[in-house]
Design a protein. Structure first.
Length: 318
């Protein structure tokens, strides 16, 4: 009997034509991921309060709770595949260009976001788990002076089914895999680079509501987008008073976090209207003095969104 190996684990996904309907067919895409891969279905057992089943103090049968199909997917911040996940988080982008393309994603879509099916496969066994009615609920990205950039995506799905065969034995891989590196990152305030930033994070959520009703069995009826929220954190070594001055006022500022390989290969997260809380500098010792701002983003009338993501690459469409 073969045992599953993490190195051979596969993640496939494909957009659905209708919510919860397995798109089937070929042309599933295989995506890179960073362990742990935490996607699948789970059903909790609830302790029974029933008395009178046994002659003594032994417990009665537990109750089975509803099935939850969710998890957190960690993916590398790469040049091509990240666009699929951005599309599921924000909806279809506005795309321009020939040969070199610019894809602009914006938060807060008034229409329902696209759903997808995803399969986690362990071909050594073989064992495959297909999740249908999946939606991307949240996104977290972060930058640091060292290490690798990655995106964490929260996912809620309607159902999960196990099989011994994959939905696609020959999935499509990205033509090329090219990843961003943290040394290529830049943080800007109103278009001007900020020096001495030691950590930066962006957190966005669609606040998906998993709707359940009587008659749908153990699965959810649908996942509905609620009010979007945008927040983040930024830590910097104190070198001037610019951001401290910003935090002492009430006016919003524009902030951005981006990675650039070249003029036609980049990703940029723009927050055109963020608010900084008033913070004090902290001297921890003899070394540099740090300031951390836990900021909040809001809708900007000019950009018509709270978060704008611009991806430049050689992918025709998403």
């Amino acid at each position: 009997m073969a045992t599953a190996r993490g190195a051979n684990t596969r993640l496939l996904a494909k957009e659905e034509l209708a919510y919860g309907a397995n798109p089937g067919g070929a042309d599933w895409r295989q995506f890179p991921f960073i362990p742990p891969l935490d996607l699948g279905g789970a059903q909790q057992l609830l302790e029974s309060p029933v008395i009178g089943i046994s002659a003594g103090r032994d417990p009665a049968d537990p109750f089975h709770d509803a099935v939850t199909v969710d998890g957190r997917l960690i993916v590398p911040l790469d040049l091509s595949d990240i666009g699929f996940w951005l599309d599921k988080l924000f909806g279809d982008p506005a795309t321009t260009g020939t040969t070199h393309y610019t894809h602009i994603f914006k938060s807060g879509s008034a229409t329902a976001l696209p759903s997808f099916s995803a399969e986690v496969g362990y071909p050594d066994v073989p064992s495959y788990v297909l999740m249908t009615g999946a939606k991307a609920g949240s996104l977290e990205v972060a930058a640091a002076p060292t290490g690798r950039p990655q995106a964490t995506i929260g996912i809620i799905a309607q159902d999960a089914a196990r099989s011994t065969a994959s939905v696609d034995s020959s999935p499509t891989l990205a033509a090329t895999y090219e990843q961003f590196n943290n040394f290529q990152a830049t943080v800007k305030r109103a278009g001007t680079a900020i020096g001495y930033v030691t950590a930066m994070s962006v957190s966005f959520t669609n606040n998906l509501e998993a709707v359940r009703d009587i008659g749908s069995g153990t699965t959810i009826k649908e996942a509905i987008e609620q009010d979007a929220q945008l927040s983040g954190s930024m830590t910097l070594r104190l070198s001037d008073d610019t951001l401290l001055d910003d935090s002492e006022g009430t006016a919003p500022i524009a902030l951005s976090l981006g990675w650039e390989i070249g003029a036609t290969k980049s990703i940029l997260f723009e927050m055109p209207r963020i608010f900084l809380p008033r913070r004090k500098a902290v001297a921890q010792g003899r070394a540099g003095v740090d300031v951390t701002f836990d900021w909040r983003g809001a809708y900007d009338q000019t950009e018509a969104c709270a978060l704008k993501v611009t991806l430049k690459n050689q992918t025709v469409s998403y």
